[in-house]
Design a protein around this ligand. Structure first.
Ligand SMILES: Cc1ncc(COP(=O)(O)O)c(C=O)c1O
Length: 467
């Protein structure tokens, strides 16, 4: 069956069961004659679908097989999902419809940093849902302003713009960069509009963020995407020096640690050089910390590890521990270019998500919490190295804090499937050849032991995988 690859990577994995999904979606077409369904077959299946509406109660009590079959009929097929239906979670444990327990080394995709059902987070969400879940950005709300103040107080930034996701945060950063260049160069007929991004980068799926995402497979079906993006080698100071140009480069987008691309960590020299080249060219330096920020490295911000500050930083995934939120943190200089009406969002920064995010920050900002993430990250990497070293399929174990990758010489999907069968959920990254471990940051050493044990025991399945 398909692996639980993140939908980003791969999500159509080498071993994903596309023919089966196709069969479920278009029952009248055998997979080996896969063709697009005719309009009349769509209408027939539509009528069938609508003939028997199910009550919410019935829908919410479907069994695994029924959920998988229904999904294949009623959802657009963007995700290659693993055949498991999760219904509850507590801490680092997840439970499926049949009550089977899984140890969660995914946290969504680096989202639920406090684990599932953290009591303080639940309390904040319930309190705010009772008081006021949503109010439009036509008005003020206390949790939104309080969260902005908290983010400003604990980072390089002076001001914040809220979004609902990581890709939207990057989209906003693109707009802010363009506006900034116009604002700073009012007499220029053609102020800088271009962007520099890197090999293995992932910045999101909307048309601007997608243009900054390196994998051609993601961009190509939707071209033309936003023009004017140059991709250069992640880590190459020489290429960066040549490419970042005054009057041409509006901004440079970089992940201090690349998650989706395969868990690659930048060097201090590389980020420092980007800072210098951007300053010389009047370009903005943008750190995408959507995946690596907010405590995952054992520092609140990944950039702290390198001692280099950006002009803009984008955040999302763990900020509200699973509720949709993104944020763009900017300096006063960047903010000064942005005027009322330049950007906005109906949902972003709602009292509900912002109150939840404050509960998250209350915990992860604690120095003792961050210390524990650093220690557990070292423990995880050491244990993986010890237990997996010597296996011919394991090429490298890398990462920082609790964002760790195991690079293999073959596709990781059979290992991921075997781990899941054994009660451990993990993700892939890179070209599908990296096992990505991004557990809830509250994971215990005992749970780490258990996870590593399962991975080690499942490794032999790779012997049957052809590279
Ligand atoms: C570094 C990075 N930026 C942006 C995104 C896009 O975030 P979202 O899926 O919330 O749009 C992701 C998602 O994986 C990411 O890892």
């Amino acid at each position: 069956m398909a692996s639980p690859q993140s939908f980003h990577t791969s999500s159509i994995s080498q071993r994903s069961n596309l023919p089966l999904l196709f069969k479920l979606r278009y029952p009248s077409k055998p997979p080996n004659q896969a063709r697009m369904p005719t309009i009349s077959s769509c209408l027939v299946s539509d009528r069938k679908q609508k003939a028997g509406p199910l009550s919410t109660e019935k829908l919410l009590s479907l069994a695994t097989k029924e959920v998988i079959e229904l999904e294949a009929r009623v959802m657009v097929g963007t995700y290659a999902r693993a055949p498991v239906v999760f219904v509850s979670g507590k801490g680092c444990l997840l439970y499926d419809v049949d009550g089977k327990e899984y140890l969660d080394m995914t946290a969504g995709i680096a989202v639920t940093s406090l684990g599932h059902g953290d009591p303080d987070w639940v309390k904040a969400v319930a309190e705010q849902a009772n008081a006021l879940a949503h109010v439009s950005n036509v008005y003020y709300s206390i949790p939104q302003v309080a969260l902005a103040k908290r983010l400003v107080d604990c980072s390089f930034a002076d001001r914040v713009f809220f979004t609902n996701s990581g890709t939207e945060a990057n989209e906003a950063a693109i707009k802010f960069s363009r506006k900034f260049q116009k604002f700073m160069n009012p007499n220029e007929k053609h102020p800088a509009t271009e962007f520099v991004a890197f090999t293995h980068s992932f910045h999101g799926r909307t048309m601007g963020a997608l243009a900054l995402t390196s994998k051609e497979k993601y961009r190509e079906p939707f071209e033309p995407v936003m023009p004017g993006v140059t991709f250069i080698q992640y880590g190459s100071i020489e290429e960066a020096k040549r490419t970042i140009q005054k009057g041409k480069t509006a901004a440079v987008f970089v992940e201090p640690i690349q998650g989706e691309g395969g868990i690659y960590t930048a060097t201090k020299d590389f980020l420092q050089a980007l800072r210098t080249f951007c300053d010389e060219a009047g370009a903005l330096l943008i750190f995408d910390e959507v995946q690596c920020g907010l405590g995952r490295t054992g520092h609140l911000w990944a950039y702290e590890t390198f001692g280099v500050e950006p002009d803009i930083m984008t955040l999302a995934k763990p900020l509200a521990n699973g509720l949709p939120i993104g944020a763009v943190l900017v300096t006063e200089m960047v903010s000064s270019a942005i005027a009322s009406g330049d950007h906005g969002s109906t949902f972003a920064g709602s009292p509900l998500v912002c109150h939840a995010a404050l509960a998250v920050l209350d915990k992860i900002q604690e120095p003792s919490f961050l210390d524990s993430v650093r220690n557990k990250g070292l423990y995880l990497k050491e244990l993986l190295t010890k237990k997996l070293e010597g296996n011919p399929h394991v090429k490298a174990v890398r990462g920082l804090g609790l964002i760790v990758g195991i690079e293999l010489d073959v596709q990781a999907s059979s290992l991921v499937d075997a781990c899941r069968e054994a009660g451990l959920v993990v993700l892939t990254a890179g070209k599908g050849n990296v096992v990505r471990l991004v557990p809830p940051l509250i994971i215990s050493e005992k749970e780490i032991d258990h996870a590593v044990q399962i991975i080690a025991e499942c490794l032999p399945v790779l012997d049957a995988t052809i590279s």
